[in-house]
Write a protein that binds this ligand. Sequence first.
Ligand SMILES: [Cu+2]
Length: 245
Amino acid sequence: MSYWGQLMFQDSASLTMKNLVLYHNLALLVLVFIMSMVGYFLVIFVFNGNLMRGLSCRNSSSNELLESLWTLFPVVWLLFLAGPSLKILYLMEMYSSEYGMSLKVIGHQWYWSYDYVYSADSFMKGKDGELEFDSYMVPTSDLGGSNEVYRLLEVDSRFVLPSGENIRVLVGSEDVMHCWTLPSLGLKVDAVPGRLNMLTLKSNHVGVVYGQCSEICGANHSFMPIVGEFISPKMFDWWWLCQMS
Ligand SMILES: [Cu+2]
């Protein structure tokens, strides 16, 4: 995470985030086009002496075709942006009926706790059990001088999930509102006390994802990072067996 890297999106690890990045680029393209056009006409009008004095406008007080066009033009652009936006929104909210497993995420002041819950006919059948742990931030003084670790982002226990599988995530809170956010997966879901928010998570890549609580939740709001590891399903089976034994 270099300085310049922080100005851009993280590399996407899920289809949702890939779509979001593409949509961002599309919207930016439209924005640049409109800004250039408006800027161009602004310069023309400011530096054209005749236009400023109203000399060339004298005989052109109305033009119905032009007026219709500049009314329709923004409508077309808005429709152009609305289409893909609604499609991504639909894809993000789409729930898959086939889950390999469920992960319950509970926000606390100021740490996260993870609880693995299995559905009966999951790919983890026969290895049922329960695993629950808390995930605290590692203080800077305990990080050491390594460049491999990120200050205020590392946690003592990461959640581990299989990549390429549909995972149901249930997010809740025990005290105040938190927000479970993983930018590289395009995920952001509020952790609200008294209710469970459900979402589908699927990482197409193997690797580590980082995130932070995104709801101002108290004094140590900045110190409750989220770190997860996505490993291959086979590796996950081994990991799970190690946790159970
Ligand atoms: Cu929080």
